[in-house]
Design a protein around this ligand. Sequence first.
Ligand SMILES: [Zn+2]
Length: 66
Amino acid sequence: MTDTELAPLTFDCPRCGDAVSARFWGPCAACVTELRSTMTVEAETVETEYVPKMNVTPNAVALKDD
Ligand SMILES: [Zn+2]
């Protein structure tokens, strides 16, 4: 039972298509590194743009379905 959980998954990287062996499905290590640096830049941009809008949409968070 736990064997399947411990065994790494084998799949194609959804980004570059390389064969990947990992415990969780997702981009390969190279893509993760690349995405991380890209997302960091985007996150900083979004954060900067969102600061003045934060107080306008408090209900958007509260309306989120659980
Ligand atoms: Zn990849």
